[in-house]
Design a protein around this ligand. Structure first.
Ligand code: GLV
Ligand code: MN
Ligand code: MN
Length: 406
């Protein structure tokens, strides 16, 4: 099992890796991510799995069950292969590689599952290209319509349909969407994205809930003018409105025990010696409850609007991606957590988003396993996991699947 895992991990390591930062650029429907998909195709073919792929890049590779299992609700496990810009190696691929390794382990144990077991890859989980988190799983669960998805464009103005076509994916009209109606349980293994498991001294944890989170585009417009000749009192500078908004968001999040981040900003015309005409900035906000998230975004928007009025700028706020809070099936989480020799795995909440949250919200009983991340850093090249912990994760996943497939 260790050899299989290490071999797969070594094969993935160079794909999409930046030699400058050591981080990964695996944006959906582009070179590196397409290579990863091809790699996944080879892996499942080598295992004799039956591939079900849809028109938007979601894939499930099925291990067919014995006897009556074909009619029983299926068991799905997997994650995603895309990354954020300059992301870590583990966020997504760890869940896919672990799913394949767990399946190998079950076969080597001679397990004959009484339910279909599928290894899944959902497309554009990070929303790094089209702005909407969990694009593939939202489409497959019906949380997002294909009509709305077709309006999405990337930073270069490329429509989703054209991006799909560029890698031979026909879109949902022609290629359909994964049918998840027969799925009875989803289990996603993921690298932990904080230090909770490090602090608890546990190799593996189980998710209890996902905080609600959203992405909000702040479009601030002002008046372009000369940086030297324009008197300070004559300016309508959207950069000032933005700067104050970023400070306000940080302060409000601190006050409420929430999270608020402006991690992406575009400035026009982006010249050193001109007052900008426009600043577009994206707020990523996350709170313990849906109501707190709504309140946080409302207060930041109000403070930004007041500042815009003083600056003589205009503000429009657009919610691009909102994911409601998710409480995972508590009894499933408990059963995943207790089933190992050394005691119970801790059951912990997460502030990060996952396809598991989308499937859970769609009514599919869902569990998540987290693997300890010694740096606690994620969405960064510094994200990490140790091989022994990864192997514990594979065993925990295999044990869970084996029990669920009985
Ligand atoms: C995805 O990993 C997110 O939490 O944004
Ligand atoms: Mn992820
Ligand atoms: Mn992520």
């Amino acid at each position: 099992m260790a050899d299989d895992f290490e071999r797969m991990w070594a094969e993935l390591a160079p794909i999409g890796r930046s030699s400058a930062s050591g981080g990964y650029f695996r944006q959906p429907f582009l070179g590196a991510e397409t290579e990863l998909r091809a790699w996944f195709g080879e892996q499942v073919a080598a295992r004799g799995l039956e591939v079900e792929a849809d028109g938007v890049g979601n894939v499930v590779a099925w291990w067919d069950p014995v006897g009556v299992g074909a009619a029983a609700p299926a068991l799905l496990t997997g994650s995603h292969l895309d990354s954020v810009l300059d992301g870590g190696a583990y966020d997504g691929p760890l869940g896919v590689v672990s799913a394949l390794a767990a399946l190998d382990l079950l076969r080597s144990r001679g397990v004959r599952p009484q339910r279909r077991i599928g290894v899944s890859v959902f497309a554009e989980e990070e929303g790094s290209r089209f702005g909407l988190a969990c694009l593939g799983s939202r489409l497959a669960t019906g949380a997002l319509s294909w009509a709305d998805a077709q309006e999405l464009r990337d930073r270069d103005g490329v429509f989703l349909g054209d991006a799909l076509a560029s890698v031979g994916l026909p879109g949902a009209t022609e290629g359909g969407l994964l049918d998840l109606s027969g799925v009875g349980t989803f289990v996603e293994l993921h690298v932990e994205q904080g230090r909770d498991l490090v602090d608890r001294g546990a190799a593996v944890g189980v998710a209890s809930e996902i905080w609600p989170h959203g992405r909000y585009r702040f479009d601030l417009t002002g008046e372009a003018n000369h940086a030297g000749t324009t008197r300070m009192e004559d300016r309508a500078d959207p950069m000032l409105t933005y700067a104050m908004t970023a400070l306000a968001a940080n302060k409000q999040a601190r006050l409420s025990g929430s999270r608020a981040t402006f991690g992406r900003v575009e400035v026009e015309p982006n010249g050193t010696n001109a007052v900008p005409s426009r600043v577009t900035a994206w707020l990523d906000a996350r709170c313990a409850s849906d109501a707190e998230l709504a309140d946080l975004v409302a207060v930041v928007t109000r403070q930004a609007s007041e500042r815009a009025e003083r600056d003589g700028t205009a503000l429009v706020v657009t919610a691009e991606s909102v994911s409601v809070s998710v409480a995972f099936d508590a009894s499933l989480a408990r059963s995943v957590a207790v089933d190992h020799a050394g005691g119970d795995w801790p059951v912990i909440p997460t502030e990060a988003g996952h396809d598991a949250g989308i499937l859970s919200a769609a009514g599919i009983p869902t569990a998540m396993l987290f693997v300890r991340n010694p740096t606690g850093v994620s969405h960064s090249p510094a994200e990490s996991a140790e091989l022994p912990d990864c192997l514990v994760g594979v065993s925990a996943l295999a044990d869970t699947l084996e029990r669920l497939a009985r």
